[in-house]
Design a protein around this ligand. Structure first.
Ligand SMILES: Nc1nc2c(c(=O)[nH]1)N[C@H]1C(S)=C(S)[C@@H](COP(=O)(O)O)O[C@H]1N2
Ligand SMILES: [Mo]
Length: 203
């Protein structure tokens, strides 16, 4: 069998095949993957904090976040469990715009995204800048569903989706590249889907 088939059994064209990273299949669903139940988050108590190690540098309430410029990103997302989803549409605030609003320059080269369910994941700072990462509040034109990380999640679509921390509560700049929840459990420190960086011993 030389035809290219997704697990859905659908034959995919060359354009789709070109957009599909190695080892991935195309899905039209949006599977939910979480280490535990979605935390209950009251918007009145929601906040997002940027810190340098233990030191807070800036903090936004939900209302304050709404006042920042919102942007749209559309494109493909890739999960390490091998599904990819094309043409997803998100809205939120670029990390660039958060930093600019706070008058901040990143103090280190690495960061940990921190979540309300005690999940965390590391991302190098350059990968968070230049319109490559946002605090996403909307998916497909609607407020982000709780199971997908609502009210707000990190979106770093050029890396495997475990880097896109759901139920985001902060971003901590760290001196070194510190492993997060899945990175401590054998997953790759960077996670580029095009290089199939799934597990820690992948190059
Ligand atoms: N806070 C938090 N973020 C998380 C997770 C989690 O358990 N907690 N799971 C990660 C994993 S392993 C994946 S694959 C994606 C799944 O996102 P989805 O459920 O919206 O598909 O979220 C990531 N972000
Ligand atoms: Mo995952």
């Amino acid at each position: 069998m030389a035809t290219t088939r997704g697990f859905t059994g659908r034959r995919i064209g060359t354009e789709s095949a070109r957009r599909l990273p190695p080892g991935q299949y195309l899905t039209h669903d949006f599977p939910v993957l979480s280490k535990g139940p979605a935390p209950t988050i009251d918007l009145a108590h929601w906040s997002f904090t940027i810190s340098h190690g233990p030191r807070p540098l800036a903090r936004w309430s939900w209302e304050e976040l709404q006042a920042l410029p919102h942007s749209r990103w559309a494109g493909d997302i890739h999960c390490v469990t091998q599904w990819s989803k094309f043409d997803t549409e998100w809205q939120g605030v670029w990390i660039d715009d958060l930093l600019a609003a706070a008058g901040l320059t990143p103090p280190t080269g690495f960061a940990l995204a921190l979540s309300y369910d005690d999940y965390d994941t590391n991302v190098p700072v350059p990968d968070l800048l230049g319109g490559r990462a946002m605090v996403a509040t909307h998916f497909g034109g609607a407020p982000l569903a709780p199971e997908h990380g609502g009210p707000a999640r990190l979106l770093v679509p050029h890396l495997y989706l475990w880097k896109s921390a759901k139920w985001l509560r902060g971003l901590r700049f760290t001196e070194r590249d510190e492993a997060g929840f899945w990175e401590l459990r054998g997953y790759h420190m960077y996670g580029d889907p095009w290089r199939q960086q799934r597990y820690s011993d992948d190059p």
